[in-house]
Write a protein that binds this ligand. Structure first.
Ligand SMILES: NC(=O)c1ccc[n+]([C@@H]2O[C@H](COP(=O)([O-])OP(=O)(O)OC[C@H]3O[C@@H](n4cnc5c(N)ncnc54)[C@H](O)[C@@H]3O)[C@@H](O)[C@H]2O)c1
Ligand SMILES: [Zn+2]
Ligand SMILES: [Zn+2]
Length: 330
């Protein structure tokens, strides 16, 4: 099969590799669409993936074309979205119900071949069926939505909360949509990219601005979410959290990036700083929210590319042009 492969730092090659074969509890999926996200850029920068080469693509959906000998839950022809997380189920964190922090955490598209290929293999337990009539390509959005749902799992949920979100990329926009569903009274978004802010307005937010100064609240914000990973945004965001408020570090910074904050304010205002990493028991809820229309794929997905255009898609994503870019390998 054809596959895009990250072979080294900033090196993407289109190659031919053997078709995947299922182990007893695996399925093979013909990939309909794979999303590109910030994590793929980190892999290209030599971070996040423990070793290269790897076939990227951790956000994908497709149709089952082959099932392992012991699979009964899905059948050939079923449309599925795939949770890429591969936990060991044995380590200290897995045993404590924190499998996303697994000491041997692996993921399809990061440590195992992913969806930037004609076919991909996944354990059946990672496959979540999609209803008939749903455009399977759009379901590449379920994986990032599952990360956003996990983000909300670590936040205090209260009706009438105000949210300030940094970054209006796919993740920031999904956080915005979920915040509205979670009973927000105000969801405002900060980004430097005017086109992205325009999308936030189109989807509906309280304000979409280039600087937090434009939406200053005398008492600060209940919840501030970083969806940029950029230290300047993180530092600014931490300063906007009000008394008793929470800051969620969702964006992925460079592994050695530093951001500073004022410990006095964290103490004095009883601020909670928390993080959220990938997916934990949130994929099925994300699938259900997606099917229920919680996000608008027609707005979220701005373009699709052929597999042999993977490098072009990455280049465009890096330039911040468009929104969620998907690869349609077949
Ligand atoms: N925690 C998780 O589980 C998880 C899951 C998926 C993605 N992520 C991370 O979330 C982040 C967002 O993902 P994405 O796909 O939306 O990325 P993206 O690159 O599409 O969006 C990031 C946005 O941040 C904006 N930005 C950059 N600097 C800024 C600044 N100083 N102030 C305000 N806005 C600024 C950019 O203009 C861009 O629109 C990435 O870091 C990604 O790696 C985390
Ligand atoms: Zn992703
Ligand atoms: Zn584990």
């Amino acid at each position: 099969m054809k596959a895009a492969m990250i072979t080294g730092i900033d090196r993407i090659e289109l190659t031919t590799i053997p078709d995947p074969t299922p182990r007893p509890r695996d399925v093979v999926i013909q990939v309909v669409a794979t999303g590109i996200c910030g994590t793929d850029l980190h892999i290209l920068e030599g971070e996040f993936a423990p070793s290269l080469p790897v076939v990227p693509g951790h956000e994908f959906a497709g149709r089952v074309v082959e099932i392992g000998a012991d699979v009964t839950e899905v059948a050939v022809g079923d449309a599925v979205a795939v949770d890429p997380s591969l936990y060991c189920f044995e380590c200290y964190y897995c045993q404590r119900g924190q499998a996303n922090l697994c000491e041997r955490w692996n993921a399809i598209g990061i440590t195992e071949p992913g969806g930037a290929a004609e076919f991909a293999r996944a354990p059946v337990g990672n496959c979540f069926k999609l209803p008939d009539g749903l455009d399977v390509a759009t379901a590449a959005l379920v994986e990032p939505l599952a990360c956003a749902v996990r983000g909300f799992d670590v936040l205090p949920l209260k009706l009438g909360t105000n949210y300030l979100i940094y970054g209006a990329g796919t993740m920031g926009l999904m956080m915005m949509e979920l915040a509205k569903r979670a009973g927000a009274i105000d969801v405002s978004v900060v980004d430097l990219n005017p086109a992205r802010l325009e999308t936030a307005r189109l989807l509906g937010c309280t304000a979409a601005v280039t600087s937090s100064a434009e939406v200053e609240r005398a008492r600060g914000w209940d919840v501030v979410i970083d969806c940029t990973g950029v230290p300047a945004a993180i530092e600014d965001g931490l300063r906007q959290v009000g008394r008793g408020g929470t800051f969620l570090q969702f964006g992925v910074s460079g592994e050695h990036a530093l951001a500073s904050f004022e410990p006095f304010k964290v103490y004095n205002r009883e601020i909670t700083i928390t993080g959220s990493m990938a997916i934990l028991n949130s994929f099925e809820r994300a699938r259900d929210l997606f099917v229920a229309g919680a996000i608008r794929p027609d707005v979220m997905i701005s373009e699709s590319f052929a597999l042999d255009e993977y490098a072009d898609a990455v280049k465009q994503f890096r330039a911040g042009v468009g929104r969620k870019l998907i690869i349609t390998p077949n």
